[in-house]
Design a protein around this ligand. Structure first.
Ligand code: NAD
Length: 337
């Protein structure tokens, strides 16, 4: 058996430093909706921590930022809600080579059964978990640590486009709808202008505007913000006869839920790569920001077979586009946006 190298003091020190910086960044991002670093910088710290733990698995503690969803426990203004099913994060990758490898690996795990790939946009907002009983909305919550989120039901009820109730034949007794709440790009500049006018701090980007607008103590403030939802998954469900995730989207669209017009189900690696490159070029034609593409195994039985880790499903992957560079000619420097 190959010998496992012991981490030296230098590596232990670097681990603590990275975990500390990531924890601080998460607190600012998830807790205060005011990031202290760019997403690219955050992603590279996380990647370095993952690589370090791969080399020295002894460093990987159960509460490492690589092992959990969202921030560590923190104080919040909202009551806790336990999700019916865990609401996980996504593993991410940064190159088309890694994407091709992930598809091949996932297909290998499924053996003879051929997978279909559900390609979606990775909307840059925040996840919301909506529980419907008998077609009536009974709870809306943020993701939190994946098991327990924040109860934002009164805020959710103010968002146009989120059904309070839906009807029809075959309404499931229980249905947990997951989706992304986003702040439309075209309304973002106006929001910041009005915040500045009122002497308040503007938001760093539409993602933080979405999170800051949903997580308001006073739902009347949320009601003034033009938030929108796009559905991207389901959790627990009873009385719903479905075999594929895309089939769930079709049913949800029929019941009046906002589903993305951009998702596609494809069967080949080249079609997945084509989807990725198409939206790499057309990401600015959308009404919301995206930071990548999510590729999912469409078949629900195959999803169950692949299962999840403590922080992410094995049946989905987020491919992240490289951070965009803007050349500001005036200063002759490059800044990340
Ligand atoms: P993530 O945002 O990379 O991926 C998981 C989330 O993607 C899901 O919870 C869901 O809300 C969302 N999502 C959007 N479209 C989706 C779709 N079609 N299907 C499924 N899910 C979809 O992971 P995360 O754990 O929430 O956060 C990590 C990311 O957040 C980082 O990579 C970074 O970009 C950002 N972040 C930044 C800072 C900072 O300081 N700048 C701090 C923390 C996190």
């Amino acid at each position: 058996t190959p010998e496992v190298a012991e981490p030296g003091l230098g590596e232990q020190h670097r681990w603590s430093e990275l975990a500390g910086r990531i924890n601080d960044a998460q607190e600012a991002y998830y807790g205060l909706d005011a990031p202290t670093m760019s997403d690219a910088e955050y992603d590279s710290l996380m990647r370095e921590l993952q690589d370090l733990e791969k080399r020295f698995p002894q460093l990987r503690t159960p509460d490492s930022p690589t092992q959990r969803v969202g921030a560590a426990q923190r104080v919040t203004d909202f009551a806790p809600v336990t999700h019916l099913e865990r609401l996980l994060s996504l593993d991410d990758i940064f190159s088309t080579q890694e994407l091709t490898d992930w598809i091949a690996r996932t297909q290998r795990s499924l053996g003879e059964q051929k997978a279909s790939w559900l390609c979606e946009l990775k909307i840059d907002g925040l996840a919301v978990d909506l529980v419907y009983r008998g077609g009536r909305l009974v709870s809306g919550a943020t993701r939190g640590d994946g098991r327990v989120g924040e109860n934002v039901t009164p805020n959710v009820l103010t968002i146009a486009g989120i059904p309070h109730q839906f009807a029809g034949p075959d309404i499931p007794e229980v249905l947990e709808v997951r989706g992304e709440i986003f702040f439309p790009i075209e309304a973002f500049a106006d929001l910041n202008a009005s915040l500045v006018e009122a002497g308040k701090a503007p938001f760093a980007n539409p993602r933080n505007a979405a999170a800051g607008s949903l997580r308001q103590k006073n739902p009347a403030v949320t009601a003034t913000r033009p938030l929108q939802l796009l559905v991207h998954g389901i959790g627990a469900h009873e009385g719903m006869n479905i075999e594929r995730q895309s089939q769930a989207y079709e049913l949800l669209a029929g019941w009046g839920f906002p589903t993305s017009p951009a998702y596609r189900v494809v069967s080949s690696v080249s079609d997945v790569l084509h989807y990725v490159s198409y939206y790499g070029e057309h990401r600015h034609d959308l009404k919301h920001e995206i930071d990548g593409v999510v590729v999912k195994v469409d078949d629900l039985a195959q999803q169950a077979q692949l299962g999840s880790t403590s922080r992410a499903p094995r049946w989905a992957i987020a491919y992240k586009y490289p951070p965009e560079q803007v050349n500001t000619k005036l200063l002759d420097i490059q800044v990340n946006v």
